[in-house]
Design a protein around this ligand. Structure first.
Ligand code: ATP
Ligand code: MG
Ligand code: MG
Ligand code: MG
Length: 472
Protein backbone atom coordinates (compact mmCIF):
# COMPACT_ATOMS: atom_id res chain seq x y z
CA UNK A 1 0.00 0.00 0.00
CA UNK A 2 1.27 3.47 -0.92
CA UNK A 3 0.94 6.22 1.65
CA UNK A 4 2.40 9.66 2.15
CA UNK A 5 3.29 10.92 5.60
CA UNK A 6 0.24 13.20 5.56
CA UNK A 7 -2.04 10.31 4.59
CA UNK A 8 -0.59 8.05 7.25
CA UNK A 9 -0.99 10.62 10.02
CA UNK A 10 -4.56 11.24 8.91
CA UNK A 11 -5.36 7.54 8.61
CA UNK A 12 -4.29 6.97 12.21
CA UNK A 13 -6.36 9.90 13.50
CA UNK A 14 -9.36 8.93 11.38
CA UNK A 15 -9.26 5.39 12.68
CA UNK A 16 -9.44 6.52 16.28
CA UNK A 17 -12.07 9.13 15.42
CA UNK A 18 -14.14 6.25 14.10
CA UNK A 19 -13.79 4.70 17.56
CA UNK A 20 -15.19 7.77 19.30
CA UNK A 21 -11.97 9.68 19.98
CA UNK A 22 -11.50 13.46 19.88
CA UNK A 23 -8.44 14.71 18.05
CA UNK A 24 -6.15 16.89 20.14
CA UNK A 25 -3.78 19.07 18.15
CA UNK A 26 -0.08 18.64 18.80
CA UNK A 27 1.07 20.63 21.81
CA UNK A 28 4.25 22.72 21.86
CA UNK A 29 7.56 20.90 22.26
CA UNK A 30 8.12 23.01 25.34
CA UNK A 31 6.31 21.54 28.35
CA UNK A 32 3.75 23.70 30.06
CA UNK A 33 3.69 23.71 33.88
CA UNK A 34 5.92 20.68 34.00
CA UNK A 35 9.35 21.38 35.44
CA UNK A 36 10.23 17.68 35.43
CA UNK A 37 10.53 17.60 31.66
CA UNK A 38 12.87 19.51 29.34
CA UNK A 39 11.10 18.57 26.11
CA UNK A 40 7.81 16.91 25.29
CA UNK A 41 9.07 13.41 24.50
CA UNK A 42 5.86 11.45 23.92
CA UNK A 43 2.18 11.86 23.20
CA UNK A 44 1.17 11.18 26.78
CA UNK A 45 3.53 13.83 28.14
CA UNK A 46 1.15 16.59 27.08
CA UNK A 47 -1.90 14.76 28.41
CA UNK A 48 -0.65 14.24 31.96
CA UNK A 49 -3.21 16.78 33.14
CA UNK A 50 -5.97 14.34 32.20
CA UNK A 51 -4.31 11.27 33.63
CA UNK A 52 -3.50 12.83 36.98
CA UNK A 53 -7.02 14.26 37.26
CA UNK A 54 -6.04 17.96 37.22
CA UNK A 55 -8.26 18.47 34.18
CA UNK A 56 -11.28 16.40 33.20
CA UNK A 57 -11.34 15.90 29.42
CA UNK A 58 -14.55 16.56 27.51
CA UNK A 59 -14.16 13.11 26.01
CA UNK A 60 -12.18 10.39 27.79
CA UNK A 61 -11.06 9.06 24.40
CA UNK A 62 -8.33 11.15 22.82
CA UNK A 63 -6.07 10.75 19.82
CA UNK A 64 -3.17 12.92 18.68
CA UNK A 65 -0.06 13.31 16.58
CA UNK A 66 2.49 14.86 18.89
CA UNK A 67 5.86 16.38 18.00
CA UNK A 68 8.45 14.96 20.34
CA UNK A 69 12.14 15.43 21.06
CA UNK A 70 14.32 12.76 22.66
CA UNK A 71 17.88 13.83 23.18
CA UNK A 72 18.74 10.48 24.73
CA UNK A 73 18.60 9.17 21.17
CA UNK A 74 21.04 11.74 19.77
CA UNK A 75 23.85 9.23 19.39
CA UNK A 76 21.58 6.81 17.55
CA UNK A 77 20.67 9.22 14.77
CA UNK A 78 22.06 8.00 11.47
CA UNK A 79 23.45 4.86 13.10
CA UNK A 80 20.21 3.00 13.64
CA UNK A 81 17.51 2.94 11.00
CA UNK A 82 14.84 4.07 13.40
CA UNK A 83 15.89 6.93 15.68
CA UNK A 84 15.65 10.67 15.35
CA UNK A 85 15.92 13.37 17.97
CA UNK A 86 12.69 14.88 16.60
CA UNK A 87 9.85 12.58 15.69
CA UNK A 88 6.09 12.42 15.71
CA UNK A 89 4.30 10.10 18.05
CA UNK A 90 0.82 8.99 17.08
CA UNK A 91 -1.30 8.03 20.04
CA UNK A 92 -4.69 6.98 21.31
CA UNK A 93 -5.64 7.40 24.92
CA UNK A 94 -8.32 6.22 27.28
CA UNK A 95 -8.72 8.28 30.41
CA UNK A 96 -10.42 5.77 32.67
CA UNK A 97 -12.62 4.58 29.80
CA UNK A 98 -11.85 1.55 27.57
CA UNK A 99 -9.12 -0.92 28.45
CA UNK A 100 -7.36 -4.06 27.19
CA UNK A 101 -10.41 -5.88 25.83
CA UNK A 102 -11.21 -2.98 23.53
CA UNK A 103 -7.79 -1.65 22.62
CA UNK A 104 -6.24 -4.92 21.48
CA UNK A 105 -8.87 -5.79 18.86
CA UNK A 106 -8.85 -2.16 17.69
CA UNK A 107 -5.08 -2.10 17.41
CA UNK A 108 -5.23 -5.30 15.38
CA UNK A 109 -7.93 -3.84 13.14
CA UNK A 110 -5.89 -0.71 12.47
CA UNK A 111 -2.77 -2.72 11.70
CA UNK A 112 -4.24 -5.47 9.54
CA UNK A 113 -7.56 -4.37 8.01
CA UNK A 114 -6.99 -3.46 4.34
CA UNK A 115 -9.25 -0.46 4.93
CA UNK A 116 -6.59 0.90 7.30
CA UNK A 117 -2.92 -0.20 7.31
CA UNK A 118 -3.51 -3.63 5.84
CA UNK A 119 -0.28 -5.17 7.17
CA UNK A 120 0.26 -8.88 6.65
CA UNK A 121 -0.30 -10.52 10.08
CA UNK A 122 2.69 -12.78 9.44
CA UNK A 123 4.90 -9.68 9.66
CA UNK A 124 3.69 -8.64 13.10
CA UNK A 125 5.13 -9.65 16.46
CA UNK A 126 3.94 -8.63 19.91
CA UNK A 127 5.86 -8.45 23.13
CA UNK A 128 3.93 -9.06 26.34
CA UNK A 129 4.78 -8.78 30.02
CA UNK A 130 5.01 -12.38 31.28
CA UNK A 131 2.56 -11.92 34.17
CA UNK A 132 0.06 -10.20 31.91
CA UNK A 133 -1.72 -13.38 30.85
CA UNK A 134 -4.82 -11.44 29.89
CA UNK A 135 -2.99 -9.54 27.13
CA UNK A 136 -1.31 -12.76 26.01
CA UNK A 137 -4.74 -14.32 25.58
CA UNK A 138 -6.31 -11.26 23.95
CA UNK A 139 -3.67 -11.16 21.20
CA UNK A 140 -4.36 -14.82 20.50
CA UNK A 141 -8.08 -14.15 20.45
CA UNK A 142 -7.67 -11.71 17.57
CA UNK A 143 -5.62 -14.28 15.68
CA UNK A 144 -1.98 -13.72 16.58
CA UNK A 145 -0.09 -16.99 16.61
CA UNK A 146 1.75 -18.03 19.76
CA UNK A 147 5.10 -17.93 18.00
CA UNK A 148 4.48 -14.29 17.19
CA UNK A 149 4.13 -13.36 20.86
CA UNK A 150 7.34 -12.74 22.76
CA UNK A 151 7.40 -12.55 26.55
CA UNK A 152 9.46 -9.61 27.76
CA UNK A 153 10.28 -9.06 31.41
CA UNK A 154 10.95 -5.34 30.99
CA UNK A 155 7.57 -4.56 29.45
CA UNK A 156 6.43 -2.74 32.54
CA UNK A 157 5.82 0.96 32.61
CA UNK A 158 6.61 2.40 36.01
CA UNK A 159 7.38 5.98 36.87
CA UNK A 160 8.38 5.13 40.39
CA UNK A 161 5.06 6.07 41.90
CA UNK A 162 1.45 6.43 40.83
CA UNK A 163 0.00 4.96 37.64
CA UNK A 164 1.93 2.02 36.26
CA UNK A 165 1.35 -1.20 34.43
CA UNK A 166 2.45 -3.63 31.78
CA UNK A 167 2.84 -2.70 28.14
CA UNK A 168 2.80 -4.54 24.86
CA UNK A 169 5.03 -3.51 21.99
CA UNK A 170 4.38 -4.21 18.35
CA UNK A 171 7.20 -5.09 15.97
CA UNK A 172 7.14 -5.29 12.21
CA UNK A 173 9.32 -7.89 10.53
CA UNK A 174 10.95 -6.06 7.63
CA UNK A 175 12.38 -9.25 6.25
CA UNK A 176 15.61 -11.10 6.02
CA UNK A 177 17.46 -8.48 4.02
CA UNK A 178 17.44 -6.25 7.10
CA UNK A 179 19.07 -8.78 9.42
CA UNK A 180 21.90 -7.03 11.19
CA UNK A 181 22.79 -9.88 13.53
CA UNK A 182 23.40 -13.54 12.73
CA UNK A 183 20.47 -16.00 12.76
CA UNK A 184 21.86 -17.75 15.85
CA UNK A 185 22.68 -14.53 17.68
CA UNK A 186 20.92 -14.37 21.05
CA UNK A 187 19.78 -10.86 20.07
CA UNK A 188 17.93 -12.17 17.03
CA UNK A 189 14.33 -11.66 18.18
CA UNK A 190 11.72 -8.88 18.14
CA UNK A 191 12.93 -6.50 20.82
CA UNK A 192 16.54 -7.61 20.49
CA UNK A 193 19.30 -5.88 18.57
CA UNK A 194 18.11 -7.14 15.20
CA UNK A 195 16.75 -4.15 13.34
CA UNK A 196 14.94 -6.48 11.02
CA UNK A 197 12.24 -6.37 13.69
CA UNK A 198 11.19 -2.74 13.88
CA UNK A 199 9.41 -1.55 17.00
CA UNK A 200 6.52 0.53 15.71
CA UNK A 201 4.05 0.84 18.56
CA UNK A 202 3.85 0.67 22.31
CA UNK A 203 0.56 0.11 24.10
CA UNK A 204 0.65 0.84 27.82
CA UNK A 205 -1.99 -0.59 30.16
CA UNK A 206 -1.90 1.64 33.16
CA UNK A 207 -3.76 -0.46 35.70
CA UNK A 208 -1.90 -0.20 39.00
CA UNK A 209 -1.14 2.46 41.52
CA UNK A 210 2.44 2.09 42.70
CA UNK A 211 2.31 3.05 46.38
CA UNK A 212 5.17 4.64 48.31
CA UNK A 213 5.52 1.41 50.34
CA UNK A 214 6.24 -0.45 47.10
CA UNK A 215 2.92 -2.23 46.75
CA UNK A 216 1.00 -2.24 43.47
CA UNK A 217 -2.75 -1.92 43.90
CA UNK A 218 -5.31 -2.02 41.13
CA UNK A 219 -6.56 1.38 40.07
CA UNK A 220 -10.30 2.00 40.06
CA UNK A 221 -9.94 3.79 36.71
CA UNK A 222 -7.64 2.13 34.24
CA UNK A 223 -6.00 4.03 31.44
CA UNK A 224 -4.64 3.30 27.99
CA UNK A 225 -1.74 5.23 26.57
CA UNK A 226 -0.16 4.34 23.26
CA UNK A 227 2.64 5.68 21.10
CA UNK A 228 3.36 4.85 17.47
CA UNK A 229 6.34 6.32 15.62
CA UNK A 230 5.05 7.99 12.45
CA UNK A 231 8.42 7.88 10.65
CA UNK A 232 8.91 4.19 11.41
CA UNK A 233 5.52 3.13 10.07
CA UNK A 234 6.07 5.39 7.08
CA UNK A 235 9.34 3.62 6.32
CA UNK A 236 7.31 0.42 5.99
CA UNK A 237 4.77 1.97 3.63
CA UNK A 238 7.46 3.61 1.53
CA UNK A 239 9.68 0.53 1.57
CA UNK A 240 12.55 2.62 2.93
CA UNK A 241 15.63 0.99 4.48
CA UNK A 242 15.58 3.64 7.23
CA UNK A 243 13.22 6.37 8.38
CA UNK A 244 15.22 8.82 6.29
CA UNK A 245 14.35 7.59 2.79
CA UNK A 246 10.78 8.78 3.19
CA UNK A 247 8.94 11.91 2.10
CA UNK A 248 9.59 13.41 5.54
CA UNK A 249 13.35 13.61 4.99
CA UNK A 250 14.26 13.15 1.33
CA UNK A 251 13.64 16.76 0.27
CA UNK A 252 16.04 17.89 3.02
CA UNK A 253 18.62 15.35 1.94
CA UNK A 254 18.30 16.53 -1.67
CA UNK A 255 18.88 20.11 -0.55
CA UNK A 256 21.94 19.04 1.47
CA UNK A 257 23.23 17.25 -1.63
CA UNK A 258 22.98 20.50 -3.57
CA UNK A 259 24.73 22.45 -0.83
CA UNK A 260 27.55 19.94 -0.48
CA UNK A 261 27.95 18.70 -4.02
CA UNK A 262 27.98 15.18 -2.60
CA UNK A 263 25.48 12.41 -3.28
CA UNK A 264 23.42 10.52 -0.77
CA UNK A 265 23.63 6.73 -0.96
CA UNK A 266 27.19 6.57 -2.20
CA UNK A 267 29.05 5.89 1.01
CA UNK A 268 27.94 5.03 4.52
CA UNK A 269 29.91 7.72 6.30
CA UNK A 270 28.49 10.52 4.23
CA UNK A 271 25.01 9.08 4.62
CA UNK A 272 25.29 9.29 8.39
CA UNK A 273 26.15 12.98 8.03
CA UNK A 274 23.21 13.57 5.68
CA UNK A 275 20.87 11.89 8.15
CA UNK A 276 22.19 13.84 11.13
CA UNK A 277 21.81 17.10 9.22
CA UNK A 278 18.26 16.26 8.13
CA UNK A 279 17.22 15.20 11.62
CA UNK A 280 18.81 18.09 13.45
CA UNK A 281 17.46 20.62 10.94
CA UNK A 282 13.95 19.44 11.74
CA UNK A 283 14.54 19.39 15.47
CA UNK A 284 15.98 22.89 15.74
CA UNK A 285 13.45 24.35 13.30
CA UNK A 286 10.55 23.07 15.37
CA UNK A 287 12.17 23.84 18.71
CA UNK A 288 12.90 27.45 17.77
CA UNK A 289 9.44 27.72 16.24
CA UNK A 290 8.06 26.70 19.62
CA UNK A 291 10.04 29.39 21.42
CA UNK A 292 13.37 27.81 22.41
CA UNK A 293 16.60 29.69 21.66
CA UNK A 294 20.23 28.53 21.62
CA UNK A 295 22.05 29.22 24.88
CA UNK A 296 24.41 27.59 27.33
CA UNK A 297 21.94 25.77 29.50
CA UNK A 298 18.89 23.56 29.50
CA UNK A 299 16.91 23.56 26.30
CA UNK A 300 19.10 26.24 24.76
CA UNK A 301 22.13 24.07 25.29
CA UNK A 302 20.46 21.18 23.53
CA UNK A 303 19.71 23.44 20.57
CA UNK A 304 23.28 24.67 20.49
CA UNK A 305 24.54 21.12 20.56
CA UNK A 306 22.22 20.05 17.74
CA UNK A 307 23.21 23.01 15.56
CA UNK A 308 26.91 22.39 16.18
CA UNK A 309 26.63 18.71 15.38
CA UNK A 310 24.84 19.58 12.16
CA UNK A 311 27.52 22.13 11.26
CA UNK A 312 30.32 19.64 11.91
CA UNK A 313 28.58 17.07 9.78
CA UNK A 314 28.19 19.69 7.08
CA UNK A 315 31.96 20.23 7.29
CA UNK A 316 32.45 16.50 6.80
CA UNK A 317 30.48 16.80 3.60
CA UNK A 318 32.64 19.72 2.57
CA UNK A 319 30.27 22.56 3.41
CA UNK A 320 32.26 25.41 4.93
CA UNK A 321 29.70 28.15 5.11
CA UNK A 322 26.47 28.51 7.10
CA UNK A 323 23.95 26.19 5.47
CA UNK A 324 21.64 24.71 8.05
CA UNK A 325 19.38 27.76 7.94
CA UNK A 326 18.77 26.99 4.25
CA UNK A 327 16.91 23.86 5.30
CA UNK A 328 14.32 25.73 7.38
CA UNK A 329 11.96 26.50 4.46
CA UNK A 330 12.35 22.90 3.28
CA UNK A 331 11.24 21.63 6.70
CA UNK A 332 8.38 24.13 6.55
CA UNK A 333 7.19 22.84 3.18
CA UNK A 334 7.37 19.18 4.18
CA UNK A 335 5.45 19.67 7.39
CA UNK A 336 3.02 22.44 6.53
CA UNK A 337 -0.11 20.36 6.10
CA UNK A 338 -0.23 19.47 9.79
CA UNK A 339 2.21 21.97 11.30
CA UNK A 340 1.94 25.41 9.69
CA UNK A 341 4.17 27.06 12.36
CA UNK A 342 7.65 26.50 10.92
CA UNK A 343 6.78 27.87 7.49
CA UNK A 344 5.00 30.87 9.00
CA UNK A 345 8.08 31.71 11.08
CA UNK A 346 10.75 30.62 8.63
CA UNK A 347 12.53 33.96 8.45
CA UNK A 348 12.91 34.27 12.20
CA UNK A 349 13.97 30.65 12.62
CA UNK A 350 16.51 30.91 9.77
CA UNK A 351 17.92 34.09 11.26
CA UNK A 352 18.51 32.45 14.65
CA UNK A 353 20.11 29.37 13.16
CA UNK A 354 22.33 31.34 10.80
CA UNK A 355 23.61 33.51 13.65
CA UNK A 356 24.40 30.44 15.70
CA UNK A 357 26.20 28.82 12.78
CA UNK A 358 28.33 31.94 12.31
CA UNK A 359 29.24 32.10 15.99
CA UNK A 360 30.25 28.45 16.00
CA UNK A 361 32.40 29.02 12.95
CA UNK A 362 34.15 31.83 14.84
CA UNK A 363 34.64 29.58 17.88
CA UNK A 364 36.14 26.93 15.67
CA UNK A 365 38.50 29.52 14.21
CA UNK A 366 39.57 30.57 17.72
CA UNK A 367 40.25 26.93 18.47
CA UNK A 368 42.25 26.67 15.29
CA UNK A 369 44.48 29.58 16.38
CA UNK A 370 45.13 27.92 19.72
CA UNK A 371 45.80 24.60 18.03
CA UNK A 372 48.30 26.15 15.62
CA UNK A 373 50.12 27.88 18.49
CA UNK A 374 50.31 24.70 20.50
CA UNK A 375 51.61 22.71 17.54
CA UNK A 376 54.31 25.32 16.91
CA UNK A 377 55.42 25.19 20.59
CA UNK A 378 55.56 21.39 20.59
CA UNK A 379 57.59 21.31 17.40
CA UNK A 380 60.04 23.85 18.80
CA UNK A 381 60.46 21.64 21.86
CA UNK A 382 61.16 18.68 19.58
CA UNK A 383 58.07 16.76 20.74
CA UNK A 384 56.47 14.04 18.62
CA UNK A 385 53.23 13.72 20.56
CA UNK A 386 50.30 16.11 20.88
CA UNK A 387 48.95 15.65 24.45
CA UNK A 388 45.50 14.09 24.79
CA UNK A 389 44.57 16.54 27.52
CA UNK A 390 45.12 19.48 25.15
CA UNK A 391 43.10 17.79 22.45
CA UNK A 392 40.31 17.31 24.98
CA UNK A 393 40.45 20.93 26.10
CA UNK A 394 40.04 22.06 22.50
CA UNK A 395 37.17 19.65 22.08
CA UNK A 396 35.47 20.60 25.33
CA UNK A 397 35.90 24.37 25.16
CA UNK A 398 35.76 25.06 21.44
CA UNK A 399 33.71 22.10 20.26
CA UNK A 400 36.81 21.26 18.27
CA UNK A 401 36.52 17.75 16.85
CA UNK A 402 39.28 15.30 17.67
CA UNK A 403 39.56 14.43 13.99
CA UNK A 404 40.44 17.99 13.11
CA UNK A 405 43.13 18.06 15.80
CA UNK A 406 44.51 14.73 14.62
CA UNK A 407 44.66 15.92 11.00
CA UNK A 408 46.26 19.27 11.74
CA UNK A 409 48.81 17.68 14.07
CA UNK A 410 49.65 14.99 11.52
CA UNK A 411 50.29 17.67 8.89
CA UNK A 412 53.06 18.92 11.20
CA UNK A 413 54.42 15.50 12.02
CA UNK A 414 52.79 15.20 15.45
CA UNK A 415 50.71 12.32 16.69
CA UNK A 416 47.76 12.97 18.99
CA UNK A 417 47.62 10.88 22.15
CA UNK A 418 44.13 9.56 21.45
CA UNK A 419 44.15 7.30 24.52
CA UNK A 420 44.89 10.36 26.65
CA UNK A 421 42.01 12.19 24.96
CA UNK A 422 39.64 9.34 25.75
CA UNK A 423 40.83 9.16 29.34
CA UNK A 424 40.15 12.89 29.81
CA UNK A 425 36.72 12.44 28.27
CA UNK A 426 35.96 9.49 30.52
CA UNK A 427 37.04 11.47 33.56
CA UNK A 428 34.60 14.18 32.67
CA UNK A 429 31.82 11.69 32.10
CA UNK A 430 32.51 10.12 35.49
CA UNK A 431 32.32 13.53 37.13
CA UNK A 432 29.02 14.22 35.37
CA UNK A 433 27.67 10.84 36.41
CA UNK A 434 28.63 11.40 40.04
CA UNK A 435 26.85 14.76 39.94
CA UNK A 436 23.79 13.13 38.40
CA UNK A 437 23.62 10.49 41.09
CA UNK A 438 23.20 13.23 43.69
CA UNK A 439 20.35 14.77 41.75
CA UNK A 440 18.53 11.47 41.48
CA UNK A 441 18.93 10.34 45.03
CA UNK A 442 15.16 10.34 45.52
CA UNK A 443 15.51 6.94 43.98
CA UNK A 444 12.70 7.13 41.51
CA UNK A 445 13.15 5.39 38.21
CA UNK A 446 11.28 7.47 35.76
CA UNK A 447 11.17 6.65 32.09
CA UNK A 448 10.29 10.24 31.31
CA UNK A 449 12.94 11.60 33.62
CA UNK A 450 15.56 9.52 31.86
CA UNK A 451 15.54 12.09 29.11
CA UNK A 452 16.34 14.90 31.48
CA UNK A 453 19.24 13.14 33.06
CA UNK A 454 20.76 12.91 29.64
CA UNK A 455 20.27 16.59 28.91
CA UNK A 456 22.68 17.76 31.57
CA UNK A 457 25.34 15.31 30.55
CA UNK A 458 27.82 16.66 28.08
CA UNK A 459 28.59 13.70 25.90
CA UNK A 460 30.33 15.74 23.27
CA UNK A 461 29.87 15.42 19.59
CA UNK A 462 29.57 11.71 19.56
CA UNK A 463 30.68 11.00 16.05
CA UNK A 464 34.13 12.02 17.13
CA UNK A 465 34.33 9.31 19.72
CA UNK A 466 33.54 5.68 19.60
CA UNK A 467 31.67 5.64 22.88
CA UNK A 468 28.05 5.78 23.70
CA UNK A 469 26.01 4.45 20.81
CA UNK A 470 23.54 2.22 22.55
CA UNK A 471 20.59 0.64 20.89
CA UNK A 472 17.74 1.14 23.27
P1 ATP B 1 13.29 2.07 20.81
O1 ATP B 1 13.37 0.86 21.69
O2 ATP B 1 13.27 1.76 19.37
O3 ATP B 1 14.29 3.14 21.19
P2 ATP B 1 11.32 3.03 22.62
O4 ATP B 1 10.90 1.74 23.23
O5 ATP B 1 12.33 3.85 23.34
O6 ATP B 1 11.85 2.75 21.12
P3 ATP B 1 8.76 4.18 23.23
O7 ATP B 1 9.17 4.95 24.42
O8 ATP B 1 8.02 2.89 23.44
O9 ATP B 1 10.05 3.94 22.29
O10 ATP B 1 7.93 5.15 22.27
C1 ATP B 1 6.80 4.74 21.50
C2 ATP B 1 7.11 4.70 20.01
O11 ATP B 1 7.68 5.94 19.56
C3 ATP B 1 8.12 3.67 19.61
O12 ATP B 1 7.52 2.41 19.49
C4 ATP B 1 8.63 4.21 18.28
O13 ATP B 1 7.76 3.85 17.22
C5 ATP B 1 8.58 5.70 18.48
N1 ATP B 1 9.91 6.25 18.85
C6 ATP B 1 10.52 6.23 20.06
N2 ATP B 1 11.71 6.84 20.05
C7 ATP B 1 11.89 7.28 18.78
C8 ATP B 1 12.92 8.02 18.12
N3 ATP B 1 14.01 8.44 18.77
N4 ATP B 1 12.77 8.30 16.81
C9 ATP B 1 11.68 7.89 16.13
N5 ATP B 1 10.66 7.20 16.69
C10 ATP B 1 10.75 6.91 18.00
MG1 MG C 1 8.92 1.04 23.33
MG1 MG D 1 11.85 -0.18 22.81
MG1 MG E 1 14.27 4.32 22.91
Amino acid sequence: KEMSSAQLRQTFLDFWKSKGHDVEPSASLIPKDDPTLLWINSGVATLKKYFDGTVIPKNPRITNAQKSIRTNDIENVGKTARHQTFFEMLGNFSVGDYFKKEVIPWAWELLTDPKWFGFDPERLYMTVYPKDTETYQLWQDVGVKKDHIVLAEDNFWDIGGGPSGPDSEIFYDRGQKYNNVAEDDPENYPGGENERYLEIWNIVFSEFNHLPDGRYVEQPHKNIDTGMGLERVLSIFQDAPTNFETDLFLPMIREAEKLSGKKYGVNKKDDVSFKIIADHARAVTFAIGDGALPSNEGRGYVLRRLIRRAVLNGKKLGIDKPFLFDLVPVVGEIMKSYYPEPLAQKDFISHIIKGEEERFQATLNDGLDILDGRIADLKKAGEKTFPGSDAFKLFDTYGFPLELTVESAADEGLQVDVAGFKAAMQEQKDRARAARKDVNSMGSQNKLLMDIKEESQFTGYDELTTTGAKLT
